[in-house]
Design a binder for this molecule. Structure first.
Ligand SMILES: N[C@@H](CCC(=O)N[C@@H](CS)C(=O)NCC(=O)O)C(=O)O
Length: 228
């Protein structure tokens, strides 16, 4: 089994976290997004839209993070990340859709400015930052009120829905944008609970990070290219 992706990529991290929870070590092939490798023919053959991650499993090639993670969860042992109960499955889908519709459209541009702008070139856009900060508040309110009722988004156990939110909250926390998380009690408790999982430390807190001072993209290339 092989994952094509980049260790800093938000969507790659969702898949790496799923694999970590399933206690499965896949091969990793670095796709250097900062060098545009995701738009080269070799990668477009795997993913016609030129994105990461892509999963390859014994000749079966799959792209789109949600589909990949569902596949991994069904196929592999380890923790079960999809509930069985009808209403918990519905909640899982609901919270992934809420992220897609009401959170990511605001949080992602904010993270691009605060974390990735320095690798993309150009100046930070203050308007995008302000709009992102403001725009993500209703989704954080909804999270906070929902998490008053249960420990995880789908129900009593950690699931693919929780994983879906993690990379955004991680980057926001690491660049000092954690006040909106901290001031919401249930959200803060949930974030502490899920981000302190050993698996998350392995996926998102070990190795070089894009928000570190003096970090360059070459560091990742040197580290992962020889392993690819
Ligand atoms: N809908 C896709 C989105 C994947 C995606 O946007 N990946 C980002 C990295 S987190 C990417 O490849 N960006 C490169 C680009 O858009 O050019 C999925 O869920 O896998």
């Amino acid at each position: 089994m092989r994952v094509y992706g980049h260790p800093w990529s938000i969507n790659t991290r969702k898949t790496l976290m799923t694999l970590a929870e399933k206690q499965h070590k896949a091969e990793f092939s670095l796709v250097m997004l900062p060098r545009g490798e995701h738009k080269l023919p070799a990668h477009l053959e795997r993913h016609p839209f030129g994105k990461v991650p892509v999963l390859e499993d014994d000749g079966f090639v799959l792209y789109e993070t949600r589909a990949i993670n569902r596949y991994l969860d069904s196929k592999l042992g380890g923790n079960t990340l999809t509930p069985v109960a009808l209403r918990e499955v519905a909640r899982l889908d609901q919270w992934i859709n809420i992220a897609d519709s009401y959170f990511i459209p605001h949080a992602h541009p904010l993270i691009v400015e605060l974390v990735f702008r320095r690798y993309l070139g150009g100046e930070q856009n203050a308007q995008v930052i302000a709009a992102g900060r403001q725009g993500m508040q209703p989704a954080l309110d909804a999270l906070d009120s929902e998490l008053a009722a249960r420990p995880y988004l789908a129900g009593e156990s950690f699931s693919l829905a929780d994983i879906y939110w993690m990379p955004y909250l991680e980057y926001l926390s690491q660049v000092g944008e954690d006040e909106p998380i901290r001031r919401r009690r249930n959200l803060a408790a949930w974030w502490d609970r899920i981000s302190n999982r050993q698996t998350w430390h392995e996926v998102a807190r070990s190795g070089p990070q894009p928000y570190e001072k003096d970090m360059t993209v070459d560091v990742i290339e040197k580290l992962y290219r020889k392993a690819s």
